[in-house]
Design a protein around this ligand. Structure first.
Ligand SMILES: [Zn+2]
Length: 106
């Protein structure tokens, strides 16, 4: 499963590829008219060294960024939350980012 928060420009461009559909991928798209940054938002990078050492670097983020173009998405911006999955539909997660308006499944 993959989750994306997309700015309006990237939302229009991101569609399920026919090959993904053949492989059984489905897409859930949920409109969030005014996104809000969840408290404690951070980007976490985990690195696994050859020597078995694991390091975790956590950087707090002041605002969301689009998962496609990486541009800042200020609170109040309309966004699309996209879930790509195979098999059973994942539990909703989108409300963490604001009030949602369900749209379509493809
Ligand atoms: Zn974008």
């Amino acid at each position: 499963m993959s989750r994306y928060i997309l700015c309006p420009k990237c939302s229009e461009r991101m569609q399920l590829h026919p090959e993904d559909k053949r492989m059984g991928f489905k897409q859930r798209r949920v409109e969030i008219p005014g996104v809000r940054t969840p408290p404690g938002l951070a980007r976490q990078v985990t690195t696994f060294g050859d020597d078995g050492h694991v390091s975790v670097e956590r950087t707090a983020l002041k605002s969301l960024v689009c998962d496609s173009c990486n541009q800042p998405v200020p609170d109040g911006t309309p966004v699309t939350a996209v879930t790509l999955y195979q098999g059973e539909e994942p539990e909703p997660w989108e409300e963490e980012y604001g009030r949602v308006r369900p749209t379509d499944k493809a």
